[in-house]
Design a protein around this ligand. Structure first.
Ligand SMILES: *[C@@H]1O[C@H](CO)[C@@H](O)[C@H](O)[C@H]1NC(C)=O
Ligand SMILES: *[C@@H]1O[C@H](CO)[C@@H](O)[C@H](O)[C@H]1NC(C)=O
Length: 630
């Protein structure tokens, strides 16, 4: 495997030591020492994700502190403060006892943290209270670590780059730790993935060593001290962001757990401007497309079977599946490499042996399975996990290791009478650390299990009887299964149509760019640049037309698409016509510009062309709207 990369996460590891003074009111707590580290590093080659601690915390040296007791009244809570703006991206917040320098941190031994609203605090801040294992008496001290993970904390800047550019990102923070307490000594270190740093805020006591910037130590800062810093640095790590993932886990007591996962992925890094050249990319992928991502790896449980991977167009061969007795890995390779701003959607599905995930406990059954996506390098903005239980399950309860939204639904499939209970869990800002086990407990009587086969037998028997009476047996069976198949096909057709719309929209954007290049020409007189713009647009339009052909041939082969096909074909034809006209107008204008002759004549010609273009564009847009409503 190549270099595994980490993405747009920021990890803050904060170490506190608290000193307590006279009374339990806020101002009597003192942080005697705070060390903060921000890490944004890619994992080194060969390093692997540890299942629940995927974050490079293990590389951090934790410093321990010695403090003295000077207070009197006991205090059992410490407040953490974050700006509201940051909190919306907060994926994970954990506090745990400090375990000493060099120790492997087990964040599982964590301290309870809860959201609180203390009185008299500045607005625009969100507070969390950490419960200490025992109240601090007079002069006692306690050392603990806080891990906060933020998704989307890095902003690409510039926001648009070409295929050949490196990606630069901006990181913003306060050099001083934002806290309601006085801090005696504090320091901050920012560890970057590469040592190329464009710029960083220089304050008093700022040092830089290679790819690490150090702020501090700063002494005796009052509460809520704040001093913004900005670091602008190179980071070619692809920002793989899933805007939405829906995982459906369906339990069948006949021995299978079926998992289906729908992904909507976007490359959240700097947007790719200019044209994408596949040739360039293939020739030098590390230079021409350093921040693009080509594939993702899904780590599946062992004994997984019936794995498939498909996108909007259809199945993608699953030959990229390998594994041993401990794990199975699936290589997810989209049809094209993803550059900044590009999107893709796909579905993976797989079966798992029931006995590995379903257990019994005092007459209850429970599913014990991981929550997150098997793709360890994803940040998921919105994750929905649906657990579909067998029909007839009751007394359902869920145990999850972190807060999730939760509700119930019912899923009706063929042979179901009352429908299957579905437990839905939803969470925003999901990072690899959320890939932990959760449990769904339920009661189920073995008799319910016999219902389906019984219904089948009874059903066939009734049909048989009905068949004798009505002689319609054949028809009624084929009808119901045909309806089911038709729905599946229709889903695929809709996905393909969406693909068509996407491509056409990209074509229209390209037309707009051509128009813009003409405006530039009249402003700058740069004929060469204008010609170059046409060449690039021409290349892109050719690629898009290839893409269109692929989807169109799928639609032509699908019987479910026969109704809509004429409109889609009309749309494609009209767009092609429009494309030719736009190109022709472009040439006319450039020609006239070069020859500087026959201004009057050419104006007339261009006006006529423009009229046709406007009309065609309107037609294309109307068709797009029409198709979109289907
Ligand atoms: C895709 O593969 C799955 C599993 O192998 C199969 O059930 C399905 O029919 C295939 N779909 C298409 C469109 O080929
Ligand atoms: C769930 O499975 C994991 C991994 O096999 C195991 O460590 C954990 O204890 C299980 N949880 C429960 C509640 O059984």
């Amino acid at each position: 495997m190549g270099v595994r990369r980490k993405m747009a996460l920021r990890f803050d590891l904060i170490i506190f030591t608290i000193l307590l003074f006279a009374s339990p009111v806020l101002s009597d707590l003192i942080l005697s020492k705070v060390d903060r580290r921000f890490i944004n590093e890619k994992l080194k080659n060969g390093e692997d994700f540890n299942f629940h601690l995927a974050i490079p915390c293990l590389q951090i040296d934790l410093t321990s502190q010695i403090v003295e007791n000077e207070g009197s009244e006991p205090v059992s809570e410490v407040l953490l403060a974050f700006p509201d703006l940051q909190v919306k991206d907060l994926a994970l917040l954990k506090a745990s006892p400090h375990e000493g320098k060099g120790k492997v941190k087990s964040l599982s031994a964590s301290l309870p943290v809860e959201n609180v609203k203390p009185n008299g605090m500045p607005a625009a801040l969100t507070f969390y209270a950490v419960k200490l294992p025992k109240a601090l008496g007079k002069g006692d001290s306690y050392t603990f670590d806080v891990l906060a993970v933020f998704a989307h904390a890095l902003r690409p800047f510039p926001e648009k780059i070409t295929q050949a550019d490196i990606q630069l990102v901006v990181f913003q923070e306060s050099a001083f730790y934002l806290t309601p307490y006085v801090v005696k000594v504090q320091s901050l270190s920012v560890k970057l993935p590469e040592s190329r740093i464009e710029s960083y805020t220089k304050l008093e006591n700022t040092k830089i060593h290679g790819s690490e910037i150090k702020y501090g130590p700063y002494e005796n800062l009052p509460s809520f001290s704040y001093s913004p810093i900005v670091v602008h640095f190179e980071s070619n790590q692809p920002f793989a962001v899933a805007q939405e993932v829906v995982r459906e886990i369906e339990i069948s007591h006949w021995g299978n757990v079926q998992v289906t996962e729908h992904y909507k992925l976007v490359h959240g890094g700097a947007q790719n401007k200019g044209e994408f050249s596949r040739l360039d990319y293939q020739a030098r992928p590390t230079i021409r497309g350093a921040s693009a991502f080509k594939y993702l790896i899904a780590k599946m449980p062992p004994r997984v079977h019936s794995v498939y991977y498909r996108d909007e167009i259809g199945n993608i061969s699953t030959s990229n599946l390998w594994g041993d007795s401990k794990k199975t890995e699936l290589l997810i390779e989209p049809r094209y490499p993803l550059f900044g701003g590009w999107r893709t959607a796909f579905t993976i599905g797989y079966g798992l042996p029931l006995k590995d995930f379903l257990f019994e406990l005092e007459g209850n059954r429970f599913l014990n399975i991981t929550f997150g996506s098997p793709m360890n390098e994803l940040v998921i903005d919105n994750l929905i996990v649906k657990v579909v239980l067998p029909e007839g399950s009751g007394d359902i309860s869920v145990s999850a290791p972190f807060p999730v939204n939760q509700w119930e639904e019912t899923k009706l499939s063929h042979l179901d009478l009352t429908g299957r209970p579905v437990v839905v869990l939803q969470k925003t800002n999901v990072v690899p650390e959320h890939n932990q086990f959760f449990q769904v407990y339920y009661k189920f009587s073995k008799l319910s299990m016999l219902r389906e086969p019984f219904m089948l037998i009874f059903g066939f028997f009734s049909l048989f009887v009905a068949g004798i009476v009505y002689m319609h047996v054949d028809m009624s069976i084929s009808k119901s299964s045909a309806a089911y198949l038709a729905r599946l096909q229709w889903d695929e057709v809709q996905a393909a149509i969406q693909q068509v719309e996407n491509v056409i929209n990209r074509c229209l954007t390209t037309h707009d760019k051509l128009e813009a290049s003409l405006r530039d020409l009249s402003r700058t007189g740069d004929v060469q640049a204008c010609k170059a713009a046409r060449k690039a647009a021409d290349g892109l339009l050719k690629e898009l037309s290839k893409e269109l052909k692929l989807v169109l041939s799928f639609l032509q082969s699908s019987s479910a698409a026969s109704q809509i096909l004429p409109k889609v074909e009309e749309l494609v034809a009209k767009e092609k016509d429009l494309q030719e006209k736009v190109m022709a107008k472009h040439s006319t204008v450039v020609d006239c510009y070069e020859k500087k002759t026959g201004i009057r004549d050419s104006e007339n010609r261009v006006a006529a062309q423009q009229q046709k273009i406007t009309a065609l564009r309107q037609e294309v847009e109307n068709l797009l709207e029409l198709i979109d409503e289907i």
